[in-house]
Design a protein around this ligand. Structure first.
Ligand code: GDP
Ligand code: ZN
Length: 464
């Protein structure tokens, strides 16, 4: 429906905290235009077309209309707006004081301070986007590489939603079939036929759900980063290799404090895979930090890692410490890097390949740039087996909430199939099918509750 619900009017500063060239105070709701009328001097905003930006001044009605700032005011009329409500955005000078003063004036003249994510929540409640799309908005804000961004954009475009809705529709059709057959029990073969239909449909839907679950591994990495530990004894070339990975792509993405994570995390972009380095306490200081990581701390890092890069010095024979690290990482997803191959090789390459598998070994000479390109490729291939291009258009599940619902939906279908196999009465099997339908509905928000919304949108930053 194009009509918006009758919510109160909310406002917040939508630009990041701190000083900048401009800041934006955003207002959304039925009183947005009434409020700006009271506090703006300039054009007649009632007469300006929608989606225009207008020069003028903000004044403070409670202070004899004292002029507060020179501004540009965007006017966006319902329903074609982010929230589907009337929206006003005040572009003011980006000072802390002036921005906060304007927000205060807006609040004293009829708006309420928005909760984190409340603008996006409105977009959801007013039917502009569904829940998985709302989550995509957050993912776009936090995206660390182009691939992460692409996956989130696809989700915002509604690809995942359409697929999930289609699965729900198939289930609904089946449930309808079942109803009909239950209503005509005198028809002898009804029960048998119904069971056949249910089984066929359940298998098909389960296949799609499993496909989506398969994408989650890559999707989650794109969203959260791949926890990576670079280990090896001193002087084998860890810092040099890290610096190669950094310098070639020059892409350190730093989380802005005040968004969802409170600690500063840094990522290395390796061909679209965001590597989140463990225990390096800031990539910029990595050179010093890595030095201090002894075997003991390596053990901890290895445990946390999704991927271990174990660096060995190929110009020396294996030491006891090397062997220990090889053993410690034997259960991890790992790449063993034989570095310093520009020098005469003393390490037994073949026996190492035998132990760790030849696909997991790579030779480099970091000092000469040799092999680091191949290393990047290997890292990327490890996580994007189908080739990284597959993220360009494919549906991808990226967050834990969606994954957990898909698992539940998958479980419900397993129950359906078990029931069919055991010859359970159709009306009982139907209950599990309905459960699956409900779980899928929670992904898109077709079925939701207030608690879920609070929990989900509170992860957003204020002003989004
Ligand atoms: P880390 O202690 O493991 O971090 O090792 P570094 O990256 O700090 O390197 C230790 C020393 O080995 C430095 O002098 C590097 O220049 C040198 N080094 C690193 N990689 C190579 C390489 O591929 N070949 C040669 N010959 N020297 C290297
Ligand atoms: Zn070093």
């Amino acid at each position: 429906p194009l009509t918006t619900q009758d919510f109160d009017t909310i406002a917040a500063i939508s630009t990041p905290p701190g000083e900048g060239g401009i800041s934006i105070v955003r207002i959304s709701g039925k009183d947005a235009f009434k409020i700006i009328d009271k506090i703006y001097r300039g054009k007649n905003l009632d007469k300006v077309p929608t989606d225009t930006i207008n020069y003028g001044h903000i004044v403070d009605p409670q202070q004899h209309n004292e002029e507060v700032d020179e501004v540009m005011v965007s006017i966006m009329r319902s329903p074609k707006t982010y929230t589907r409500e009337d929206i006003v955005e005040i572009n003011c000078h980006g000072g802390l004081l002036v921005t906060n003063r304007i927000l205060q004036i807006v609040l004293s003249n009829g708006a309420r301070m928005a909760k984190p994510g409340e603008f996006t929540e409105r977009a959801f409640l007013n039917g502009r986007i569904d829940l998985s799309q709302s989550e995509a908005v957050m993912d776009i804000i936090e995206a660390k590489t182009n691939q992460s961004n692409k996956a989130a954009q696809n989700q915002l475009n509604g690809k995942l939603s359409r697929m999930v809705k289609n699965l729900r529709h198939q289930i609904l059709k089946t449930l309808a079939n079942v109803e009909v057959n239950i209503d005509y029990p005198e028809y002898d073969e009804a029960e048998v036929m119904t069971t056949k239909i249910i089984k066929k449909r359940a298998l098909a839907v389960r296949k799609s759900i499993r496909y989506l679950l398969d994408t989650a591994k890559t999707g989650t990495i794109l969203r959260n980063g791949l926890a990576t530990a670079i280990v090896g004894r001193p002087n084998v070339g860890k810092s040099s290799i890290l610096n190669r990975l950094l310098h070639q792509k020059k892409a350190i993405v730093t989380n802005i404090p005040g968004t969802t994570r409170d600690s500063l995390e840094e990522y290395v972009n390796v061909r679209g895979v965001p590597l989140k380095l463990i225990d390096t306490a800031g990539i910029r200081n990595a050179k010093n930090q890595i030095e201090r990581i002894g075997v003991k701390r390596s053990e901890k890092a290895i445990k946390q890692a999704d991927l271990v890069l174990l660096v060995l010095n190929a110009s020396e024979a294996l030491t006891a410490e090397d062997k220990k690290l090889l053993k410690m990482t034997s259960k991890s997803k790992r790449i063993v890097i034989l570095n310093k191959t520009d020098l005469p090789t003393k390490i037994e390459v073949d026996s190492i390949k035998k132990v760790v598998g030849k696909d997991n070994v790579i030779s480099t000479a970091a000092i000469k740039l040799n092999g680091t390109d191949a290393l990047e490729k290997k890292i990327a291939n490890l996580f994007f087996k189908q080739g990284i291009q597959s993220t360009q258009n494919d549906v991808m599940v990226t967050n834990a909430r969606q994954v957990s619902l898909l698992r539940k939906a998958n479980g419900a279908l397993n129950d359906v199939l078990k029931g069919v196999k055991a010859g359970m009465p159709v009306d009982l099997v139907q209950i599990d099918l309905k459960r699956c339908w409900t779980f899928l509905g929670e992904i898109t928000g077709d079925t939701y509750n207030g608690e879920l919304l609070d929990q989900l949108f509170s992860q957003f930053c204020v002003g989004k």
